[in-house]
Write a protein of this length. Sequence first.
Length: 306
Amino acid sequence: MGQQAVHIQDESVPVHPDHDPRHPLVIFGDHRFCAGTQLEVQRMAGPHMHSQIELNFVLNGHMTYWFDGRELTVDENRLCLFWGMIPHQVIDRAEGTRFVCLYVPMSVFLGFPNLSRFRDAVFRGAVIEALDIRPWDRDVFLRWRDELLSGDAEVMEIVRSELTARVMRIEREGWRDLREQGAAILSSGQRDADWVVHVENMLRFIGEGALGDISAEDVGRAAGLHPNYAMTLFRKAVGMTINQAIIRHRLDTAQSLLIATDLPITEVAYESGFGSLSTFYDAFQKRFREKPVQFRRRMRPVASAA
């Protein structure tokens, strides 16, 4: 993520000692709602990708992103959001520019009702800028940041509901895609551009289809690649196999459902795309080191144990 965020160490963060620095590094971190710890905007050494939806509210100054081949500027008192799986990099900012950077799990975003056009735009690479900014947005975003960094589970649950509602209001009250104003930047090379496009297409297909019955072969074909080549390219780029990425997305969804709903564990498993309860339990315990019911009790002490 663009700024360091509060999260637990995750064994699937890829390490690429031989990675071409021009290629975006894909980071899979913790997928709770979380906030960047730094307020001052810094230039990034290179483009990267992450699996959450990122929200930026610029408190003062202005910042410029390289975003999927375009140069986009976000001005003071503006709010934008985008899917972190699109390669992005802060390439410039006015001295002393400050912002609030918040992260929303993609699985929660997928569950929003009546946001099909909005959601589709984000997953197709839009940088959404809210047209309606309220006088209190600045103070509210600062408060959300402080409360997400506090570690207080009950307060964080309140922020989750409030932040979800704010994102939904963007769809209702108007938005624009900043890419339409952005200037195109020449690619560093066709080989790099093709590499990014293929990986992005595979990640997008997983993000949109992992809750259904998809396979590694399906992911490769969706990107127009031979399955064996697709699997090799994906593992080299992302640091995990396609099947691991599919399971990971399903677990992200399950985690959000356990926190945000009172669905029975069995329904959580099937809603998250797992074909059997035993497979779900094995995958969940391997990643989170606890059973789903224990996770729910810890994250939501007053919720039903289901």
